[in-house]
Design a binder for this molecule. Structure first.
Ligand SMILES: C[S@@+](CC[C@H](N)C(=O)[O-])C[C@H]1O[C@@H](n2cnc3c(N)ncnc32)[C@H](O)[C@@H]1O
Length: 242
């Protein structure tokens, strides 16, 4: 059922199509998102897939057309609501994205998938807007880390990102107390990361099954109670420069 809104601690979660929900949201600080890659995930052995047992997404077909017609317009809208952004677009369709201000990679030596020219050992990271941290504190723009092999998490979603990587990404692009937006939230890994390191979070997910799992994971993180959140100041600038 579309149209649900859940508020869990510092997180506001929406069930529905982000293209429909984003226009009604106010300004936020940073975008951290991992949209569908448009690789026919789990649908065909020609998809950019490594794990033959991986199932397709529930609710939509992961095609390049979906990236062009749904994901890119949603990304542009999300960028108009935020000051900066970090996106993991996958390799196959990353050139459909708006030209970034900088790039990095997430390097996984064990391989993330199979590409047309061999095993894919890294995923691009696209940066938009201005680095919020002084250069000395900001560290590298790329990161080394292994895909999450947690079998329980892998059963919940076709391609969850490792919590360690998403925590690095949230920390990279936002400051403590800021609000982070993920319009392609999946099972809420970015929300868990935000709760753990003291950010507010706004997440949107189109599939009710994944949405329910996100609510559960974020509730569990909030229950650990690591942060008291104060009201954020309003901010006006956006990473799309509007
Ligand atoms: C690559 S997954 C994100 C996984 C996430 N990083 C995690 O660790 O759980 C992309 C997610 O976007 C969702 N999605 C696809 N189209 C959407 C749309 N139009 N609005 C909101 N969510 C959408 C999919 O259902 C999927 O769960």
């Amino acid at each position: 059922m579309n149209g649900r809104k859940e508020i869990i601690g510092p997180c506001t979660l929406y069930l529905g199509d982000c293209l429909e929900i984003l226009p009604g949201l106010g300004k936020m600080d940073a975008l951290v998102t991992d949209p569908p890659y448009g690789v026919l995930l789990g649908e065909t052995k020609n998809g950019q897939e490594r794990n033959k047992n991986r199932v397709p997404y529930a609710g939509f077909s992961d095609t390049p057309e979906y990236v062009r017609d749904k994901v890119i317009p949603a990304i542009k809208m999300a960028m108009s609501k935020t000051m900066r952004g970090l996106i993991t677009p996958g390799t196959r369709n990353c050139f459909l994205y708006p030209f970034p201000d900088d790039m990095g990679v997430w390097f996984d030596p064990a391989g993330t998938s199979i590409g047309r020219w061999g095993f894919v050992l890294s995923s691009p990271i696209l940066y938009y807007g201005k680095n919020p941290k002084p250069f000395k504190e900001s560290g590298a723009s790329s990161v080394y880390g292994k895909r999450d092999r947690d079998k329980e998490i892998q059963k919940l979603h076709p391609c969850p990102k490792p919590l360690a990587f998403i925590t690095w990404a949230v920390n990279k692009v936002s400051l403590e107390g800021e609000t982070v937006l993920d319009p392609f939230m999946g099972i809420g890994t970015a929300g868990v990361a935000c709760v753990n390191i003291g950010r507010r979070f706004v997440g949107i997910e189109i599939d009710e099954g994944y949405f329910d799992i996100a609510c559960k994971r974020i509730k569990a993180a909030v229950a650990q109670g690591r942060f008291d959140f104060e009201e954020p100041e309003s901010r006006e600038r956006t990473c799309a420069g509007t």
